[in-house]
Design a protein. Structure first.
Lengths: 320, 320
């Protein structure tokens, strides 16, 4: 049986590396693509010229397909889109989809388009507008999140659309890959586990935080203003709580809360200020235990998933 | 290969019906046990004499093992515990575990004890105090919840303890059963799906709400006061938001927020006031589609799970 995600994206393994702002640059993306998965550059708030540079660098570092993640609510979005239309990377994943009209626009350049969705209605609309697949992202993910968990969202989206569903959120091992395939997924997207990849250029202090994190390490901030974001708990996360309290009391605006995060992701990820910066991470950071080359992460996850799937019929005894 | 959950609880299928206050009485619990799973009476805030009646009624309706769910922070808890020690139901599941000393106390009466846990540290402590298994409950569950999702919590708890892990939260179909077994679980607990069981005595208006609910149907209230509860969105849930805002502004106490829920679960579940009552439900309410006898739900889930596990090795193609 073929795998539709591999076929559509022209990759060897249906494993995508989630686009992560200030984290997944040409170095990580090319390493993942060279490992047979799909590396994805996180455009985030990157100036358009810088994004263009990362796309070209990735092309230098790998002959395999790769992607760019664009966040539509980003102020740089229009300029980034121009670069993407000109450079035409093989794949674009879309966060915070505001208008589905962008899908045919990107496809006109031969780009495969994968919206990131957190609800069934959005997935249905994305399919209608020609999306090649959808990435169903559970609330356990890092960064900007929806409310539904991977365990519920994966089967829900799978029965809503006919295009392939790539599950994201909470996946850090082969067992989780087998689990989401059992729920109807045909591919996976991992962010958190790839942060500790050797080729990831994130600051060493961030990697250390990831490797040490336990199951209560993450917290959701800015839920009160309607833009929930999952990060590792630190001084910044605590100050969000204080400001959100003020916001609820009508003593400051939603913009004041939002502004707390300005430049903070870069401060953590690039400069290593893990106290005052924003360390976006998924809940599965608790399961991330060792730094490895990206290709080794992919190979290990595949071997684990296949072993789990092979043993499942004999291990899952449901009647005695 | 034997199933440890079946062996420990002396049941045919490792499928537990979650204890649900004002929902899982003798009628539902006995139907689940008669179907080969483990039916569980939700003691909740039930007066001790009423609980005793339900335990005895369950014994009349089934010769199979069944359980009682006790919530330790409940004001009726001490009196309920006396009844449970006297009646000695085969199994007790423990919510909101405040003290692990209760585990050996219950075990001294020959009762199997299964704490409901939402974090690795609590699971480890429960095992040390003699718990027979733990129920790892993800945040997608209905009612009182923790923060970690089933996708992350199941592998985390599975590698933390040696006793069997029963996964709960987000499980409404056989695919999800296969998924949590792939993550290390040896049994499952379902609440939401059993609410629409024919033998469930909950008000018809509640069942209708469950059958119609989509993926944005639930909301978490009272998170601001530290006791998050997942319910179906309605007028009561909206008034929680308003009061929580007041609480954040220092204009009312946490107790004021808590008191909003007083008697409201009973009002919804027993009287059918789905507008002003508290309709506790898990996120997987979106996946619940038909009313069936409890035994049929169990049989259907097992058949689905086995089919999914059987097909997984050929369906999960990770390399081309």
């Amino acid at each position: 049986m073929p795998n539709r995600v591999c076929d559509i994206l022209d990759i060897d393994h249906p494993i995508l590396q989630g686009g992560m702002t200030w984290v997944s640059d040409a170095s990580l993306a090319s390493a993942v693509s060279n490992g047979g998965g799909l590396g994805i550059i996180g455009a985030g708030a990157m100036p358009a010229a810088l994004l263009q540079g990362e796309i070209r660098k990735t092309r230098d570092l790998t002959g395999r397909p790769f992607g760019v993640n664009l966040i539509m609510i980003n102020p740089e979005f229009e300029r980034q889109l121009e670069v993407v239309m000109a450079e035409a990377p093989p794949v674009v994943t879309l966060g915070a989809v505001q208008s589905t009209a962008i899908i045919p626009e990107l496809k006109s350049r031969g780009i495969k388009v994968l919206p990131v969705v957190a609800a069934a209605a959005i997935a249905r609309r994305a399919e209608q507008y020609g999306a090649d697949a959808v990435i169903a992202e559970g609330t356990e993910s890092g960064g900007h999140i929806g409310e539904t968990t991977t365990m519920v969202l994966t089967p829900l989206i799978s029965r809503t659309v006919d295009i392939p569903v790539i599950a994201a959120g909470g996946i850090a091992s082969g067992g989780a890959v087998a689990a989401v395939f059992a729920l109807g997924a045909e591919g996976v997207q991992l962010g958190t586990r790839f942060v500790v990849a050797e080729e990831c250029t994130v600051h060493a202090a961030v990697k250390e935080k990831f490797l040490k994190a336990g199951d209560r390490a993450t917290v959701v901030t800015a839920r009160s203003i309607g833009y929930p974001v999952r990060t590792i708990k630190n001084k910044l996360a605590t100050s969000y709580s204080a400001w959100e309290k003020k916001y609820m009391a009508g003593e400051c605006t939603a913009m004041d809360v939002e502004n707390l995060g300005l430049g903070k992701l870069r401060e953590a990820m690039c400069e290593g200020n893990v106290r005052d910066g924003s360390i976006m991470a998924g809940q599965c950071v608790a399961l991330v235990e060792k730094a490895q080359p990206a290709a080794e992460i992919i190979a290990e996850i595949i071997a684990e998933a296949e072993a789990v799937a092979r043993d499942l019929p004999s291990r899952m005894v449901l009647s005695r």
